[in-house]
Write a protein that binds this ligand. Structure first.
Ligand code: SF4
Length: 463
């Protein structure tokens, strides 16, 4: 990373929230390093402490506030330290937080965090502190924007667009991140090539809604066109799609996923519910029957696809019968992966104003019941893999267990899905063949049976 001028200060950054926030953090670190800041993993050792926050739901806000208070304690222990709050919480509540958190020196929003080096310079004098710089709702970085990748060297997220034009009744994101805007296709291809040249073998495409990609650009640009471009990159072994809004999953997209060998047969499509009345109240526009038809279409066009979805339980007005319909739907469809969230009442959202808000206890019970339903389905599907050889991306040895290694199949996305634990020699970033010997609801266990040659049949869905 080229540096301009001498090293000025050491900076520590903590990221909360989703992979989209992590992608922003990596850009923030890139901008800081380019400006001469040194990155440190030890907050005690840093002169600048940054918390990149999340404000999606109440629990995320609380986690962010706790992290800010922890960082404020670190700040008080050392002379001359500064505390920066970045991300969605800052964008949404910057002014309010300034009153409540006088220990914070700089608030920077989701659209101007690349200006952080300059803002830190401006606020070097103590009297210039406690400043809010919210900027625009979001920014679209150029491919040339320096980025410091964190985490495993062989996998990366690639944010292809920002913002969202949907109006889901429960969601505050469009108010924080603004309207949808796509990054240029050639920028994304350049960034993906640079990532692959640095050793990345898996790219996970992220956005608020991947399927919106390209609709604000020229008529030739679409998610399918982007996949075709990325699939040409040598050594890019897995390309994965996370967050596809169901209404815009076209046949062209499905056929492209099916046809390109390095696009994993995995779709993450948050459905949120399956009861017609709740879907309408959520402003998700689709009926349970339409969703079922869509899922049949996905499975017919991409044989062996692993389907991930997420649901919100305890939405206002969700009756016992509506919840039972959701459970039936999950039983009938047999998704590969399901995430279940309890509804969080957010101010300034349409759902926050709805009558019949449910008690937290009911929401928690429904979440546990739906998770239990899915655990049985996942176990059954995972058992179907016992005795088979699957392609596994090696992540590395298990801490404290030198003889066990962890990895993921094509049907397991990083951070959100389960893992494969196996015996045998394998290096991080390699693709190996693992014979599955034991299955649990979320994880698989086995032994290395050789390197993955690419000739074998790839298994994504464990069904
Ligand atoms: S698609 Fe709906 S839930 Fe997702 S970010 Fe947009 S408004 Fe929020």
């Amino acid at each position: 990373m080229p540096r301009k001028g001498p090293i000025m200060e050491r900076v520590h950054l903590l990221t909360l929230g989703c992979p989209k926030n992590l992608a922003d953090s990596e850009l923030m670190l890139g901008a800081l390093a380019q400006a001469g800041f040194e990155i440190t993993l030890d907050p005690e050792d840093a002169q600048v402490l940054i918390v990149n926050t999340c404000a999606f739901i109440e629990a995320a806000k609380k986690e962010s506030l706790d992290a800010i208070l922890d960082a404020a304690e670190v700040k008080h222990r050392g002379a001359g330290k500064r505390l920066v709050v970045a991300g969605c919480l800052s964008q949404r509540y910057g002014e309010e937080l300034r009153e409540k958190l006088p220990e914070v020196d700089v608030f920077v929003g989701t659209g101007n965090f690349l200006e952080l080096p300059e803002l830190l310079r401006r606020t070097e004098a103590p009297e210039a502190r406690a400043t809010v710089y919210p900027g625009a709702a979001h920014l679209l970085p150029r491919a040339t924007a320096p980025r410091i990748k964190t985490g495993d060297f062989f996998t990366s997220y690639l944010k292809i667009s920002e913002g969202c034009n949907h109006t889901c009744a429960f969601c505050i994101i469009p108010k924080i991140r603004g309207r949808h805007e796509s990054r240029p296709l050639e920028d994304l291809a350049a960034e993906a090539r640079a990532l692959t040249a640095s050793g990345v073998r898996e790219i996970n495409l992220i956005a608020q809604d991947l399927t919106a990609y390209g609709r604000d650009l020229d008529s030739r640009t679409s998610l399918a066109a982007l996949l075709r471009e990325l699939s040409r990159i040598d050594d890019l072994h897995w390309i994965r799609l996370l967050y596809c809004y169901p209404n815009f999953v076209t046949d062209e997209l499905l056929d492209t996923i099916a046809e390109l060998p390095n696009v994993v047969k995995y779709i993450d499509m948050p459905l949120q519910h399956a009861d017609d009345a709740i879907l309408r109240a959520m402003r998700r526009e689709r009926s349970g029957a339409a969703l079922k038809k869509l899922l049949e279409r996905v499975r017919a066009r991409i044989p062996g696809v692993a389907l991930r979805t997420s649901f919100i339980v305890g939405f206002p007005g969700e009756t016992d019968a509506a919840f039972a319909r959701l459970v039936d739907f999950v039983r009938e469809i047999e998704f590969d992966r399901v995430g279940v969230f309890t509804y969080s009442r957010e101010e300034n959202t349409a759902a926050g104003e709805l009558p019949d808000q449910l008690p937290e206890r009911v929401k928690r019970e429904r979440r546990a019941a739906l998770m239990e339903t899915q655990a049985d389905i996942s176990l059954k599907k995972n058992r179907g893999l016992v005795g088979r050889d699957v392609e596994v991306l090696v992540e590395g040895p298990l801490p404290g267990r030198a003889t066990r290694t962890r990895g993921r199949t094509a049907g397991q996305a990083p951070d959100i899905d389960g893992s494969v634990f196996f015996k045998g020699e394998a290096e991080p970033g390699e693709f190996v063949r693992v014979r599955i010997e034991k299955a649990q609801s979320y994880d698989l266990h086995g032994s290395v049976a050789g390197l993955w040659s690419g000739e074998e049949e790839r298994v994504a869905s464990h069904g």
